[in-house]
Design a protein around this ligand. Structure first.
Ligand SMILES: Nc1ncnc2c1ncn2[C@@H]1O[C@H](COP(=O)(O)OP(=O)(O)OP(=O)(O)O)[C@@H](O)[C@H]1O
Ligand SMILES: [Mg+2]
Length: 359
């Protein structure tokens, strides 16, 4: 077993990418690793002609992935937008891996992101010793992506201040990055494009400037539509987590995952699955990503402090932690759900007891 905690998509799925490339018979846009059709197969999974099985990365609408990939083959950039935990970063990483074979050209947007971290900076020791030269220039991921004709990723675009966001306008519309200090420019190679992600729930985000908005095609990633879809997502992610962490725990029963997903969906939608009981929703987002971590945490508890089998007691603390983010409001919502819904379900007695004991 290797020592790396988290591999990049293109490392983890190197074999799949290689197979897809070998089998690819469609036309590839210049500097793309795969054809647009194969990139979509890489994302949503499928069987190749020789029987090779490509695992699904994104579970949901194929059409959305087609729109995303098609956008990247045009001169417009792609903005993945949506609630927290809807796989925006995940899809962005896999798109970059499938298109450029490289998902590492990434900028994390924060309130402190400066123009230098998007365009280029200077190595001041060199600058003083040699004066302005290409050698003294510090390349950013965006600049490198432009040179190499690859995909640059910008995470949480709307966390970046509006004035700094606008640095991207020249890059996206003129496809060039002027370097006035050296009286030169970097013109983007074919294959260059930008994938940005942004979520619409967080506080403290900036508006996307309208000039910039016009240069992006927005694809909204939805919360998983059906129960089965959401269970499938959680199950797959938990399995890969278990493998990486080498947890001495049994694979969680699908029924256990179903209960978590049920609780999350009912509270999120404000109504029980059978549609009969109206519920109050807590302020927390209760995303699929959080359901995944509740199960992962439960597994770690079961593995190290339990009998290696995931049970209600291992999950209870995680569930409450995910639901009750506000100690007053959310707590009331949770108590009501516990007493009016969980308690009445015959086969949920263990969940009820485990949660009540913690409350
Ligand atoms: N539809 C889906 N298909 C596959 N995986 C999903 C799906 N929805 C959520 N996930 C899983 O949820 C996890 C979290 O996703 P990710 O971090 O990409 O969310 P995000 O939209 O970027 O959230 P944030 O706004 O908080 O940054 C990932 O591990 C991903 O595998
Ligand atoms: Mg993200």
């Amino acid at each position: 077993m290797s020592d790396i905690l988290r591999y990049h998509a293109e490392q983890l799925f190197a074999e799949e990418l290689e197979e897809l490339k070998k089998q690819d018979q469609e036309k590839r846009p210049q500097n793309w690793l795969l054809s647009p059709q194969s990139v979509v197969t890489y994302l949503i999974g499928g069987k190749l002609k020789n029987g090779f099985e490509v695992t699904p990365k994104y579970i949901g609408s194929k059409r959305l992935m087609e729109i995303a990939v098609a956008t990247l083959a045009t001169d417009r950039a792609l903005l993945l937008y949506g609630l927290p935990g809807t796989a925006k970063s995940w899809v962005s990483e896999h798109l970059a891996a499938g298109i450029s074979g490289d998902s590492t050209m990434i900028i994390q947007g924060t309130a402190g992101t400066s123009e230098e971290s998007i365009r280029y900076g200077w190595n001041y020791a060199r600058l003083l010793a040699e004066g302005p030269s290409r050698n003294a220039l510090v390349e950013t991921p965006v600049l490198r992506a432009m040179q190499d004709g690859k995909i640059a990723r910008i995470e949480e675009l709307t966390r970046i201040g509006a004035d700094v966001q606008d640095t991207l306008i020249t890059i996206l519309s003129e496809k060039t990055l002027p370097i006035p200090e050296l009286n030169t420019e970097v013109q983007a190679s074919k294959g260059f494009n930008v994938i940005a992600t942004a979520n619409n729930r967080d506080k403290g985000v900036n508006e996307l400037s309208s000039a910039l908005k016009r240069r992006f095609n927005t694809v909204i990633l939805p919360v998983p539509e059906s129960m089965e879809e959401e269970i499938d997502i959680v199950r797959r992610r938990v399995e890969s987590f278990e493998k990486v962490m080498e947890l001495p725990a049994e694979k969680p029963a699908v029924e256990e995952i179903r209960r978590i997903v049920t609780i999350f969906r009912e509270l999120r939608n404000g109504v029980t699955l059978d549609g009969k009981t109206k519920l109050k929703s807590p302020g927390s987002t209760l995303s699929t990503a959080e359901a995944i971590s509740v199960v992962n945490n439960g597994l770690a508890l079961a593995a190290y402090f339990g009998d290696g089998r995931l049970n209600a007691a291992d999950l209870a603390a995680g569930i409450i932690g995910a639901v009750v983010k506000d100690p007053v409001q959310d707590k009331l919502v949770w108590q009501e759900y516990l007493e009016t819904v969980v308690k009445t379900r015959e086969e949920w007695k263990d969940v009820y007891r485990a949660c009540r004991d913690l409350a």
